[in-house]
Design a protein around this ligand. Sequence first.
Ligand SMILES: Cc1cc2nc3c(=O)[nH]c(=O)nc-3n(C[C@H](O)[C@H](O)[C@H](O)COP(=O)(O)OP(=O)(O)OC[C@H]3O[C@@H](n4cnc5c(N)ncnc54)[C@H](O)[C@@H]3O)c2cc1C
Length: 289
Amino acid sequence: MLDIAIIGAGPAGLSAAITGVIRNKKVKVFGNPMTTSYIYKAECVDNYIGMPGVTGKEMMETFTNHAKEMEVEIQQAKVIEIFPMGQSYMLNVENEFIEAKTVILANGITKTAVLPGENEFLGRGVSYCATCDGPLYRGKAVVVIGDSAHAEEDANYLAEVCEQVYYVPLYKEIEHLDERIEIIRQKPKQIIGETVVAGLELAESTLEVSGVFIIKESIPNSKLLAGLETDGSAIRVNRMMETNLPGVYAAGDCTGKPFQVAKAVGEGNTAVLQAVSYLNALNRAEKNK
Ligand SMILES: Cc1cc2nc3c(=O)[nH]c(=O)nc-3n(C[C@H](O)[C@H](O)[C@H](O)COP(=O)(O)OP(=O)(O)OC[C@H]3O[C@@H](n4cnc5c(N)ncnc54)[C@H](O)[C@@H]3O)c2cc1C
């Protein structure tokens, strides 16, 4: 079992991981590729101490290399859901299940907009993970709504198992989509059905499908971990980066403004030190049993 599972390999997550390893805890970072960190997009970062004029890409490479040199384990994968298990948490990492005593959410800004029908049909035709749920749609028609080219991989996998795959990109440039997939450039309006999904209504047409795969870089926080308190889209934390759930901390852009690297790095450090105290207290309590 992990001592600390960190969700997100941006500045906040990597900062937390480095200190967690220094404090001798069993730490693992689960993150999308570094190109998805917000800072990767910055042309020039001038307000992070010690790195004047650095590009966002260079900064992320420096942070990632530092973490790797400290032997931080980074698994490139998306965390789909986290389940409370009494004294620990179970992570669904693209259908691999991993248990951790504590969790640090460092997943950046999550887009909170949900499609009408998304919440109602989640688990009944709506999925956030092709690897997890694709086999359920063998021989059926599905649609993938993708917010970046990363979603194309999921769609390509579905093309191998499903009868028909439609792809609704929410971005411009398609990179590598399987030729069996039909691209539809229309705005999704709502997911329809009675007890299970029957289709997706678009701006100018309706697709009859059994599955709607919504593949975004992030999962809304309320879906990622049920019971997590938020203020709008920001995870509610106190000064020690504790959330309302025991053993769960949050750091960086996911806790709200200001959206700055220095704040993300500082919060990651605070969160992990708090997780370390929590773990040490757990160990003492176990010994005294
Ligand atoms: C164009 C631009 C310019 C900027 N310039 C500056 C600047 O000059 N100075 C400054 O201080 N700040 C700047 N920022 C802000 C800065 O990028 C953010 O404050 C910083 O990246 C926050 O770090 P973070 O680790 O909290 O989130 P992020 O860097 O966004 O990292 C979060 C990571 O978590 C991943 N993730 C999300 N959900 C999951 C999941 N379920 N499973 C696995 N991984 C997941 C994401 O894909 C991402 O890789 C800029 C931002 C932009 C967009």
